[in-house]
Design a protein around this ligand. Structure first.
Ligand SMILES: Cc1cc2nc3c(=O)[nH]c(=O)nc-3n(C[C@H](O)[C@H](O)[C@H](O)COP(=O)(O)OP(=O)(O)OC[C@H]3O[C@@H](n4cnc5c(N)ncnc54)[C@H](O)[C@@H]3O)c2cc1C
Length: 450
């Protein structure tokens, strides 16, 4: 039987990841009462730091980018002296050696074997005269880098990361990385490293000294544990066609609401709505894919592997797409004299990597990590794994049409705001999500005051 709880809080925030916490943080600053609901036993969602056997690692390789000055100031005020400025390069692992990430032509042409360099150069020139479509990621990558380089460094990596063929992906999956790769920037990139340094998201970044989760923890502390309800799963969203009226949790507890901010995966939100939305909206929501990541974490008896912030592994023979050494973000991530290596294995729920038994999964990744030559088997003193759900919205070519139809339908609900990476189905970063949370809180506060 469904028990109805009178909710004295006016606003219910569904999801306590960075977006939900950011909205809550700003509502608290504005003295608007609210409750955050999350299914997990701690806040932070996909922005958490996990501790095991004296080692710490994040839910995937995280950095805080200094791209929005106001947000950076907020993060500084939340973390104070715990926020450090880090300068560590990212690298691409290619046949036993490292190239710079993002790919620099200078690097490729000076360090690869002659045969490949000539082929890549010819392909690059050909790609500039090619009339092919740039509406999909494959066409876009081939136009930017030429077929040989695109295949070797981008397309195989992207197939692994997103789990679908590259010609079905939107160019938006490249984020900021391939943007503005015109003939001029291309030439600049040959001559100097200026383009690479100015436009990409690598190199210098901020990082909390006890892991990315410190940011979520700091926001949650400010919000107050009394305003966050953990271990509570939203299972039903009831509406009257114009307003969200009730939220049901764990199948039996019902909350009446004034305002709702949802940061849940948009597909889950639509699936939980009662009455059920029109069939074409349900179908469009079902067609959206979310990619998970399973982490394989190895504890290592060695001072350091290398100095890279993140290592990219495009080759098909590795099931992991990226790896990182948490200690290169902060020394406190590993006990003294030790380090660790975290491999990210992208997968859908139906795939082996997601469902495999803990021992099978770890031993397969371990074999491949040792094969890279970066870590010696005998130095691995322990290992663990962790599942990161809904890590990435898969931006397929038709995603914008599907998402805009869904949001057009949702716009009729006057007391609903949607935020977050998987809520909005956008490839957003922490600084974008903090900004989104702030804007959402402002809109909700305005609605309440009118
Ligand atoms: C591997 C990886 C690396 C990244 N690296 C960077 C980086 O370097 N820099 C950067 O700026 N950003 C990075 N990001 C992006 C960013 O950290 C995350 O995308 C961000 O944390 C997402 O926040 P969110 O609040 O939008 O969603 P989420 O963190 O997914 O939060 C959603 C919350 O909703 C809860 N929830 C879901 N369903 C229910 C339900 N039915 N009932 C109740 N609760 C529910 C979940 O438990 C979760 O806490 C990275 C992300 C990943 C996955």
């Amino acid at each position: 039987m469904v028990k109805t709880t009178t909710c004295e809080k006016k606003v219910l925030i569904l999801g306590g990841g960075v977006s939900g916490l950011s909205a809550a943080y700003h509502l608290k600053l504005g003295e608007v009462p609210f409750t955050v609901i999350d299914a997990l036993d701690e806040p932070g969602g996909n922005c958490r730091t996990i501790q095991r056997d004296g080692f710490m690692f994040d839910t995937g390789a995280h950095r805080i980018h200094d791209k929005d000055k106001e947000i950076t100031r907020q993060v500084k005020s939340l973390l104070g002296e715990h926020l450090k400025r880090i300068n560590a390069p990212s690298k691409i692992f290619d046949n036993g050696r490292f190239l710079s990430f993002p790919l620099e032509f200078q690097d490729v042409f000076s360090r690869m074997d002659k045969g490949f360099t000539i082929r890549a150069g010819i392909d690059l020139l050909k790609s500039r005269n090619r009339k092919g479509s740039r509406d999909d990621f494959e066409g876009f990558a081939v136009h930017s880098y030429g077929r040989s380089m695109a295949e070797r460094f981008l397309l195989n990596y992207s197939r692994k990361l997103w789990g679908v063929p590259c010609h079905t992906l939107s160019p938006d999956v490249s984020g900021e990385r391939l943007k503005s790769m015109t003939l001029i920037t291309l030439l600049q990139n040959f001559i100097s490293r200026r383009y690479a340094e100015s436009a990409h998201y690598e190199g210098e970044f901020y990082y909390p000294d006890r892991g990315i989760g410190q940011l979520s923890e700091a926001m949650a502390r400010f919000i107050g544990s009394g305003n966050i309800r953990l271990n509570s799963r939203v299972t039903g969203i009831f509406h009257d066609g114009k307003r969200i009226e009730r939220i049901v949790m764990d199948g039996h507890e019902s909350f009446g609401v004034d305002q709702v901010i949802s940061t849940l995966a948009i597909a889950d939100f639509i699936a939980m709505m009662r009455p059920v939305p029109p069939q074409d909206i349900v179908n469009k929501a079902k067609s959206l894919k979310f990619r998970n990541i399973r982490l394989a974490v190895f504890f290592i008896r060695a001072e350091r592997i290398n100095d890279a912030a993140t290592m990219y592994f495009p080759a098909d023979r590795f099931i992991f797409s990226r790896g990182y050494e948490p200690k290169n973000r902060s020394r406190s991530m590993s006990p003294q004299g030790m380090t660790s290596f975290v491999a990210e294995v992208p997968c859908f729920e139906q795939e082996w990597a997601w469902s495999a038994d803990h021992t099978d999964f770890l031993s397969r990744v371990r074999e491949q990590v040792v094969e890279t030559g970066l870590v010696r088997d005998e130095d691995i003193i322990g290992c663990t794994d962790e599942r990161v759900v809904n890590a990435y919205p898969v931006l397929e070519k038709d995603y914008k049409d599907n998402v805009s139809s869904i949001f057009e339908y949702l716009s009729r609900f006057e007391n609903l705001e949607v935020s977050g990476r998987i809520g909005l189905f956008k490839y957003l970063w922490i600084h974008n999500l903090l900004r989104e949370g702030q804007d959402t809180a402002r809109r909700v506060a305005e609605k309440i005051s009118t």
